[in-house]
Design a protein around this ligand. Sequence first.
Ligand code: KIV
Ligand code: ZN
Length: 390
Amino acid sequence: MANDKVQIFDTTLRDGEQVPGCKLSTKEKLIIAERLDILGVDVIEAGFPVSSPGDFNSVQEIAKLVKNASVCGLTRAVKKDIEVAAQALQHAKHPRIHTGIGTSDSHIKYKFNSSPDKIIERAIGAVSYAKSFVNDIEFYAEDAGRTDNEFLAKVLEAVIKAGATVLNIPDTTGYCLPDEYGAKMKYLKENVKGIDNVILSCHCHNDLGLATSNSIAGVINGARQIECTINGIGERAGNTALEEVVMILNQRQDLNLTTGVNTKLLYDTSIMVREKMGMPVQPNKAIVGANAFAHSSGIHQDGVIKNRETYEIMNPLDVGVNESAIVLTARSGRAALAYRSKKIGYELTKEQLDVAYTNFLTVADIQKEVHDQDIHEIMKKINLTAASIA
Ligand code: KIV
Ligand code: ZN
C-alpha cells in the first residue's frame, strides 16, 4: 500500500518564538526559515503579523525568501489582523492565512463573553474575509481539545462552506489523552460534511507530556497535517516536537504514513535552533538530546558493540548524528573499555585488559565519566603505550 503523506507545519517561529527568552531577530528568523525550507517542511508559520511591526517585517521577509514551503501568518478572527497578515504575505509563493477563534465553553464564556451562535458567525466572517485575500485558509478552533465534539463539528462545517482549506484542531491546553484526541479526529471525519475536501491538522501542547502521542493518534485517525516545533519549544511545556513525529512516521512503516522531511538534517537543525534561541535541550530528549544515542551501562554497551540494533531502533546517521557514543562510567564493563581503548590505539590482551579495568574502576568511581585522556593515564600507569600494542 502506498504511504499517505502527512504535511509538516512548523511553528517554531510563531508558537515557539513567543516563549520568554526565545525571541529572535529578523535576521535569525530568516536563517531558521531558510533551514526549515531545506529541511523539507510543508508549511512555515512565520509569525503573528499584527502583533508588532517587528513581527510584520519578519513575516514579510520570510515570505520573500522561502522557495518551497507555504508561508503562513497567524491572525485572530479580527478584520485588522487578517488585512495585516495578507499584506505581510503579499510576496509569498504559497501564502496561507491561519485564522480562528476559541470554541470551548470556557473560551466562549470567559474570553469572549459570547454565545455559541455568535462564535460561529465570527468564524465564518473571518474565513470569508481571509478568503478575499488568499486561497489557502487554515481555521483553528482554539481549545478544540476541550470543545464539545458536536459543536466543534458544527463550527467546522460552517467554515468549510466559507472556504477553509485546512482545519486545525488544537489541544491548546494539552489536556487530551491520545485515545480521546484520536477519537475526536475520527468523529470529525465521520460527522462533518465536506471534511474529505480539506486537511485536518493536529496542534498539540505538551502540558501532560502527551503532545507527540496525541499528534500520532490524530494522524492514525485521519488527520494529514501535524503542527510542531523544532526541539518541541513552545508555550508552557511546549508543542509537539517535529523531530519526534517525523522519526515516528519514518521508523514505524506499519503506519503507512510519510513526510517530506530530510531526516538527516534533524540534528543540525536542532542545534541551530537551540543556539539561536539560547534554549538548551535536555540530554535525554528523544532524537536530538546529547544522550539519545549514548550507551552507558555495561550490559547495553556490550550489546551495542556486538550489534547496534540490540539497543538502538534508529541509525544515528539517519538523523544526522555521526555515531552512537559509548560513554565510560563506573557502570561500564570490560567490553566498553576494550572498545574505547582500541579506538585510541591500545589493542589489549585479556591479561592487560584485566589490569587496565581494575585501574579504570578506581578512576570511574571518583569521576562521573572517564574520558580518552584518563585512559591514556591509566595505560601509562600500567606501562602500556599506544606504540606497545599487544
Ligand atoms: O495552541 C493553540 O491553540 C494555538 C492556536 C493559536 C493555533 O497556538
Ligand atoms: Zn499552540
